[in-house]
Design a protein around this ligand. Structure first.
Ligand code: NAD
Ligand code: DAU
Length: 376
């Protein structure tokens, strides 16, 4: 593999993945990062990587729905692999505004699949308007990896875990759009022979996480002495995975996964939301004790916990059976939750500049100064 297209590489997991591949995997080729830079995309996440890997990292600001741009990129860079992270990713936003989710997650994935099929079949720009030729993918030495979520499987009762064979039962506009994209990816394998793989992963946490999601939101609110909002009774369960472990799993699947296969990825770390929040509070008490934080005004971090109205249609429990990935590719999570949360909280404490820019939107100004849309 010489050249990889990473989509959504300015987001939380995508940026961790680009960093992982360039710094830790032994990969010697080129990464092209295509990202639209929505509110969740932040090129500052990879500013140091851009400086360090001038010849091996290219950033392109653009939309995965843009067939013409994709055609130009595939032609110019002759990608050997695609790692597709780009998505609208926040469940709450999908409840209040599902349109972008359908657009990016479904249409965008379709545009990428069609562009990859066309380029790898060797007829260049055939995908320009999404009107494929019906030809099957020619190159076999290529891979299209689609990054998906455990939320496509719906919600579990008190026992059991999601397996790759669990029937799909998405219940939010976000998970429905991801399920639709998974189906398209599989259809491109069955119909055209496109060498695809899919991973369905549980909740990630770690550095560069946008502070609308539970863990970074709670860290930043707690640091500022603001309420820590816990939906409903706080007993919904998620299976948490440190983001670098997810990146290692995606990399392994991209290199060694069997075409057409799906792999579940999870942390073996089921936690009730209220316990997650208490863990964050405990990590903060260790690293920035509440008596030393003037924003707390004499309170403890846990005193800030506030139960709020539940998320509509809130899935009760997720848990992942990742035995297939362990058995076939030898992957397992390496981080334990307490250690991972400590590392994550420390990262937020150590990066006040990033936090301030994200919270004030200042990185957009930085962005306007530093990037122009690349012409492929
Ligand atoms: P994120 O919201 O942090 O990042 C998404 C990135 O995609 C952003 O940089 C954004 O600018 C970009 N993007 C959005 N629309 C685009 C478009 N039309 N064209 C090009 N770029 C676009 O998301 P994340 O949490 O890093 O999630 C990445 C992927 O992993 C998603 O596919 C998500 O469904 C999946 N996933 C996330 C988790 C999790 O816990 N965060 C777990 C399992 C799977
Ligand atoms: O399971 C994988 C999914 O995990 C990914 O596919 C999504 O992209 C990712 O956003 C994440 O979805 P969740 O909805 O599980 O993540 P979030 O951080 O939004 O919420 C985690 C849990 O915490 C969930 O049960 C809702 C709850 N919650 C969330 C927020 C933002 C709260 O109690 N309070 C909050 O303020």
């Amino acid at each position: 593999m010489k050249t990889i297209l990473v989509t959504g590489g300015a987001g939380f997991i995508g940026s961790n993945f680009v960093r992982y591949v360039l710094e830790r995997s032994g990969f010697k080729g080129l990464i092209v990062n295509l990202d639209k830079l929505t509110y969740a995309g932040n090129p500052e996440n990879l500013a140091d990587i851009g400086r360090k890997y001038k010849d091996r990292y290219v950033f392109v600001k653009g939309d995965i729905c843009d067939f013409a741009l994709l055609g130009r990129l595939f032609k110019k860079h002759k990608f050997d692999a695609v790692a597709h992270f780009a998505a609208e990713s926040h469940v709450d936003r999908s409840i209040f505004g599902p349109r972008d989710f359908v657009e990016t997650n479904i249409h965008g994935t379709f545009a990428l699949l069609e562009s990859a099929r066309s380029a790898w079949a060797g007829h260049g720009t055939g995908a320009s308007a999404g009107q494929g030729t019906g030809a099957s993918a020619g190159r076999r030495d290529v891979r299209f990896h689609h990054v998906s979520t455990d939320e496509v499987y719906g919600s579990l009762g008190a026992t059991g875990k999601f397996k790759e064979t669990t029937p799909y039962d998405p219940r939010s506009p976000y998970s429905a759009s991801k399920a639709a994209s998974d189906h398209l990816v599989r259809a491109y394998h069955h119909t055209y022979g496109l060498p695809v793989t899919i991973s369905n992963c549980s909740n990630n946490y770690g550095p560069w996480h946008f502070p609308e999601k539970l863990i970074p939101l709670v860290i930043l609110n707690a640091m500022e002495g603001k309420p820590l909002p816990v939906y409903g009774d706080g007993r919904n369960v998620r299976d948490w995975l440190y983001v670098e472990d997810h990146c290692a799993a995606v990399w392994r699947i991209l290199l060694k996964g069997r075409p057409g296969e799906t792999y579940n990825v999870g942390g073996d770390c089921e936690m009730k939301n209220i316990d997650v929040v208490k863990n964050v509070c405990a990590a903060l008490e260790e690293l920035l004790p509440s008596p030393e934080n003037p924003a707390l005004k004499g309170k403890n971090y846990e005193d800030l916990i506030t139960f709020v109205k539940d998320r509509p249609g809130h899935d009760r429990r997720y848990a992942i059976d990742f035995s297939k990935l362990k058995r076939e590719l030898g992957w397992r999570p390496s981080a334990d939750f307490t250690g991972g949360i400590l590392r994550t909280v420390r990262w937020y404490l150590d990066n006040p500049g990033w936090v301030k820019n994200v919270k004030t939107g200042a990185y957009r100004k930085w962005l306007d100064k530093n990037y122009r849309r690349s012409r492929a």
